[in-house]
Design a protein around this ligand. Structure first.
Ligand SMILES: [Zn+2]
Length: 423
């Protein structure tokens, strides 16, 4: 079923018709709508719930004789196909039947992939979305070390009958990490687990769990060189994870790629996303890039251990001038990735989540040139030379924000396992 609504750009008065896919999620939560006005560039942002579009600024009743209206298909959880994105449709065309599920099966995703994603969404609806703000709300109490406030907030969020007051800092961090782990499980679809989780991440987790306390202590010492990993998760990972989790609905339509276990979006045709603005997506990407770069040594160091039996021995021989994980951690994000990309396991793992060109472009003003009509993005990654351009799409940036987010949570979970075991 599709519901139609109209919005007007407050700057240039252009009218848009939104064809909203009434999926299972509408009515449970408020959903983000965000797109850039094709005429003037204003970013239009609304919420959608069972009460309709909010804020409601227009009562528009279309007539058969009206001029075509620019139409945008909307789904809270699926990509939008090109035929209903920024198309000027006549009245008759605009009321024609439209189903994103059917459209997406025309060569974009198989029905199995769509069904698997649907199952993932149902889980997320129950187990994650109602709690998406909890990490952010708990963070001030965690920072202050206020056990009573932390306990009370937990009790408000979760079933009070099962609640027992938290009486030590260790237990408070345990509880916080348990919530990060639950979020991770509900954000890592099966296709991602098969492609990245099982072959790369889970063996690292397993290694930390099975290794003796003495050895974990020496791993921690090596990883703490040039920056303590506990400081990294407290000061960088927690704020990023809790902030993005609160806004996670903006990225949901892009998660179908991880669910299907596929990489670059171009291989699945040209699909659009209308839950997030280009500015928000590139900001998440850029900020996540820095956080992940600073926590990368956890993943790489543990991978060195699993592959070579020593946290300081790298599989990739290109790392000639780097003879310890501490020295590796001193390199810039761009240098780290340059080295790691030449190395199959790590390049599969990152899958573009650490693209220096996107990050550089998003870091200087005017570096990201966005075309609303096509959702193509030009990244001018060298601020002194505007002929250096990397092209991508809004959907691909969103897909990579999801992958990056999973990696940041993986590094944080591994770091905490090490720190708490080494105590
Ligand atoms: Zn406008």
């Amino acid at each position: 079923m599709v519901q139609r609504g109209y919005v007007r750009c407050p700057i240039c008065d252009k009218i848009y018709q939104l064809k909203i896919q009434m999926d299972q999620n509408v009515g449970i939560f408020e959903w983000p709508i965000s797109f850039e006005c094709i005429e003037c560039g204003e970013i239009l942002t609304y919420k959608y719930s069972n009460k309709g579009i909010w804020p409601k600024d227009i009562d528009y009743k279309p007539n058969v004789d009206d001029d075509p209206v620019t139409t945008i298909g909307y789904s809270s959880s699926l990509p939008i196909t090109d035929e209903v994105y920024m198309k000027d449709l006549s009245y008759a065309e605009s009321i024609a039947f439209f189903s994103l599920f059917i459209n997406l099966q025309r060569g974009f995703f198989t029905s199995e992939e769509i069904n698997a994603f649907d199952a993932f969404l149902k889980q997320m609806q129950v187990n994650l979305l109602p709690y998406r703000s909890v990490l952010k709300e708990l963070l001030p109490f965690l920072k202050k070390g206020n056990l009573a406030a932390f306990s009370k907030k937990m009790a408000l969020y979760f079933d009070e009958k099962e609640y027992k007051p938290i009486d030590s800092h260790q237990l408070m961090f345990d509880a916080y990490f348990e919530l990060i782990e639950m979020s991770y499980i509900n954000l890592a679809p099966q296709g991602y687990v098969n492609r990245i989780g099982k072959p790369i991440y889970l063996p690292l987790l397993d290694y930390v769990e099975k290794t003796s306390v003495e050895e974990v202590r020496s791993i921690k010492d090596a990883l703490d060189e040039n920056g303590k990993i506990s400081v990294w998760y407290k000061e960088e990972a927690f704020p990023y994870i809790s902030e993005l989790l609160t806004n996670i609905q903006k990225l949901i339509p892009a998660m179908i790629y991880a669910s299907a276990g596929v990489g670059m979006t171009q291989h699945r045709g040209d699909l659009k996303i209308v839950t997030v603005s280009c500015n928000d997506a590139t900001t998440y990407y850029k900020d996540g890039y820095e956080v992940l770069a600073h926590g990368l040594k956890v993943i790489v160091g543990l991978n060195n251990l699993v592959e070579n039996g020593d946290v300081n021995i790298f599989t990739n021989p290109i790392l000639g001038d780097v003879d310890s994980i501490g020295m590796f951690a001193k390199k810039s994000g761009g240098k780290m990735i340059e080295h790691l990309n030449a190395y199959q396991t790590m390049s599969t793992y990152f899958d573009g989540a650490m693209n220096n060109k996107v990050r550089n472009a998003a870091s200087h003003s005017g570096g990201v040139v966005y075309d609303t009509a096509t959702q193509k993005i030009k990244c001018l990654y060298d601020k002194n030379d505007d002929t250096k351009v990397y092209e991508t799409t809004l959907m691909d940036i969103c897909r990579l924000c999801h992958v990056q987010f999973l990696h940041i949570m993986e590094a944080a979970i591994l770091a905490y396992k090490i720190v708490s075991k080494a105590k």
